[in-house]
Design a protein around this ligand. Structure first.
Ligand SMILES: Cc1ncc(COP(=O)(O)O)c(C=O)c1O
Length: 428
C-alpha cells in the first residue's frame, strides 16, 4: 500500500483551499539550498543571548515547590491569574495612566501574540471583509488575512512614513461612497519599533487616526500590536497605546504584546487585553477550540521570571546588545557605499529591523534577479513587497539584525552590499 501521493484525494474546505505555504517557508527553503547562507530575513531573537540561567532558576524553583505540581496540569483557558496580574502590572508601569483593574479584567494569555491576532480576526471577519492596516505592515498578519479570505487596505502614509491625514480622509470618504465602509471590520497596526519599518507611531498620528475614523463613523474594533514595545535601545517610545490615547474611548480595542521577543521566543507566550467584554469572550471561546489554554508550565515559568526580576535583567542585557548589532549592520552598509548608490534607510530606536528602500527602479521582490543574486552570494533578506496590504512597491527590503553574531552581520552586510554595487542603481 502506498502511503504518500503528490495529488491529494482529500476535499478541502474553503479555508483549506485558500491556504498557501507561508512565504517564510519559501525563504527558509532558499536558505537550505545554500548551507553557507547568512539569513538576515527571519525575525529570530539573539540565540547567544537567550536567558538560560534565568530559565534554569525558574524551573528549579518551580520543581522545588512543595505540594502538587499544578504547573504540570492543565490550566485555565484565559491564562494563569498570577501571570495575568504580573503582565497587567507591567503594562501599567509602561503606561501609568492606565487603570490596573481594567487592564487585568480584559487580559488573557495566548500562544504568542500571533494567536491573539488570529483569534481577533477569526471572530470579527468573514471572507470578503476588509481590515485597515498600517503601511508597511507585519507580513505574517497580512498572509493570515489572505488565508482567511479577508482584504487588507493600507492606511495612506506620506514620504516620511507618517500617516497622511488628507489622503486618509479621502480614502475613507471614497469607501463610504462606494459602500465598502460596511465591509471594514477591524483596524490593525504595529505601533512600537515596527516590524518591518522600525518606526513607531507618534501620539499625534494615533490621535488623528481616531479622529478621522470617528468622523467617518468607523468606530471599528482596533488591534494595536505592541510586540516590540519592550525592545527600545535607550528610551521607551513616549506615545501611549490606544488604551489611553484620547479619541479612542468609543472604539473596542485589543492590545497585544508578547514575552517571546523580549525574553525567549521558544517559550511562545503572549499577553493581550481587550476593552470589549463580548469580543474578549468570543476570542476565548475560539481559543478553547484551539487549545483550551496556553501551556501551563510555560506560564508558571514566566511567573517565576517576572517575580524574580529575570525579565528586567534580560531586557537590560539585550537592549544594548540589539542596539550594537543594529549599528554593526548599519555601519557595514554605509561603509560599503550604499547611501552613495541611492539606498535609503533610517536608524531605528528599537526593535529588530532595518527597512531599506532601493535606488529607484531596482526590483528587490522575491523573484527578482536582485533577490536571486543575493541568495547566490549567500545572504537572505525579506522582500519588502510582502509587507504591504495593497499597492506593494517592489523596491523595499527588511533586514533583521536579531539572530546573527556581529561578525556574521558584518559578513552578511558585506555580501549584500557587493550585490547592491553590482546592480548599481538599477541593473546588473
Ligand atoms: C509585529 C509582530 N506581531 C506579532 C508577532 C508574533 O510573535 P509571537 O507570536 O512570538 O508573540 C511577531 C513575530 O514576529 C511580530 O513581528
Amino acid at each position: 500500500m502506498s502511503t504518500s501521493s503528490t495529488q491529494s484525494s482529500v476535499t478541502f474546505s474553503e479555508l483549506g483551499q485558500r491556504s498557501k505555504p507561508p512565504t517564510i517557508a519559501k525563504l527558509m527553503a532558499m536558505a537550505l539550498e545554500n548551507s553557507e547562507l547568512l539569513s538576515i530575513a527571519a525575525g529570530f531573537t539573539d540565540t547567544a543571548n537567550l536567558p538560560t540561567a534565568s530559565v534554569q532558576r525558574g524551573v528549579e524553583s518551580l520543581v522545588a515547590q512543595e505540594g502538587a505540581p499544578e504547573f504540570l496540569q492543565y490550566g485555565p483557558n484565559q491564562g494563569r491569574p498570577e501571570l495575568r496580574r504580573l503582565m497587567s502590572e507591567h503594562l501599567c508601569e509602561q503606561e501609568p495612566v492606565l487603570d490596573y483593574h481594567d487592564v487585568q479584567r480584559g487580559s488573557f494569555i495566548t500562544n504568542g501574540s500571533q494567536q491573539a491576532l488570529y483569534l481577533a480576526i477569526q471572530v470579527l471577519c468573514d471572507p470578503g471583509d476588509i481590515v485597515l492596516v498600517d503601511r508597511p505592515s507585519y507580513f505574517v498578519f497580512l498572509e493570515m488575512l489572505r488565508g482567511l479570505g479577508v482584504e487588507a487596505r493600507s492606511i495612506p502614509v506620506g514620504e516620511d512614513g507618517k500617516i497622511h491625514q488628507t489622503e486618509l480622509r479621502e480614502m475613507l470618504r471614497a469607501m463610504r461612497v462606494s459602500g465598502e465602509s460596511s465591509r471594514v471590520k477591524a483596524l490593525y497596526f504595529v505601533s512600537y519599533f515596527s516590524n518591518p519599518s522600525g518606526r513607531s507611531l507618534t501620539r499625534d498620528e494615533k490621535e488623528l487616526l481616531a479622529e478621522e475614523l470617528s468622523a467617518a463613523d468607523l468606530l471599528v474594533p482596533t488591534i494595536e500590536d505592541a510586540a516590540y514595545r519592550d525592545l527600545y535601545f535607550d528610551e521607551p517610545w513616549p506615545a501611549d497605546s490606544v488604551l489611553s490615547t484620547p479619541g479612542w474611548e468609543g472604539f473596542p480595542r485589543l492590545y497585544t504584546s508578547t514575552l517571546t521577543k523580549p525574553f525567549a521566543t521558544g517559550l511562545k507566550v503572549g499577553f493581550a487585553t481587550c476593552t470589549d467584554v463580548e469580543w474578549r469572550a468570543k476570542m476565548l471561546h475560539v481559543k478553547a477550540h484551539h487549545d483550551f489554554g496556553t501551556a501551563n508550565f510555560n506560564q508558571a515559568l514566566f511567573e517565576q521570571v517576572l517575580e524574580g526580576r529575570g525579565f528586567q535583567q534580560q531586557l537590560a542585557r539585550i537592549r544594548p546588545s540589539y542596539a550594537a548589532k543594529m549599528r554593526v549592520l548599519d555601519q557595514q552598509l554605509r561603509d560599503a557605499g550604499l547611501i552613495e548608490l541611492g539606498w535609503t534607510w533610517e536608524e531605528p530606536a528599537g526593535g529588530l529591523y532595518l527597512w531599506l528602500t532601493a535606488p529607484e527602479g531596482l526590483d528587490t521582490s522575491l523573484d527578482s534577479a536582485f533577490c536571486h543574486a543575493c541568495v547566490e552570494a549567500g545572504v537572505l533578506y525579506v522582500p519588502g513587497e510582502l509587507c504591504f496590504g495593497d499597492d506593494a512597491p517592489t523596491d523595499t527590503i527588511r533586514l533583521s539584525y536579531g539572530v546573527l553574531s556581529k561578525p556574521d552581520l558584518r559578513e552578511a552586510g558585506r555580501r549584500f552590499a557587493e550585490v547592491a554595487k553590482r546592480f548599481g542603481s538599477n541593473s546588473p
